[in-house]
Ligand binder design. Structure first.
Ligand SMILES: [Zn+2]
Length: 178
């Protein structure tokens, strides 16, 4: 999937600071016009990655994830900026402090819009499936599906259960109410 080259029409815009130090293994492509950076996902224990595009001229960043496509902002860009500007000896992919920071980046309403958009597009999903699809920490999702379910009128409903292959436990499948 290609990161969108269309400039965002509304703030915030994300720029990679000049002093950012990106791990070499994250750089997938580096040419005079742009850099493509593949950043590991975190929090859900899967191996997925997401791709970030940086335009060299402005250092503006674009992410390929659905959250960025819908809202022009997501967890991944502040994660990349935070990680690459953090002192090297304090880095860790499973950095829980960064997790805590990024889960608060979108407003609750924006998180819910993205979750609803995804459920409309993809059909019923579990919290973990939603998290993996969006490359969010799973705890960014659970509160949102729960809130959407208890809204008046509800916007999400229980569509049954399945075994979560990661934990082996029964989990709810959530469906958007049209
Ligand atoms: Zn993203």
């Amino acid at each position: 999937m290609e990161a969108s080259p269309d400039p965002p029409t509304q703030p915030p815009f994300f720029h990679l600071p000049e002093h950012a130090n990106i791990p070499e293994e994250w750089i997938k492509e580096d040419n005079p016009a742009e850099m493509r950076i593949v950043v590991p996902s975190w929090g859900t224990g899967d191996k997925k990655k997401y791709q970030v595009l940086m335009l060299k001229e402005t250092r503006q960043l674009f992410c390929e994830c659905p959250g960025f496509r819908f809202h022009h902002k997501c967890h991944h860009l502040p994660y990349l900026i935070g990680f690459s500007t953090k002192p090297l000896n304090q880095r860790g992919i499973q950095d829980t402090t960064l997790d805590a920071f990024f889960k608060c980046y979108l407003t609750l309403e924006e998180h819910e819009e993205v979750v609803l958009d995804l459920l409309h597009t993809r059909g019923p999903l579990t919290n973990r499936e939603i998290a993996e699809e969006l490359h969010w920490p799973v705890n960014c999702v659970t509160g949102r599906t729960n809130h959407l379910r208890h809204k008046e009128p509800p916007m999400v409903e229980d569509a049954g259960r399945k075994i979560d292959p990661t934990t082996g436990r029964q989990v709810h499948i959530w469906r958007a109410i049209l």
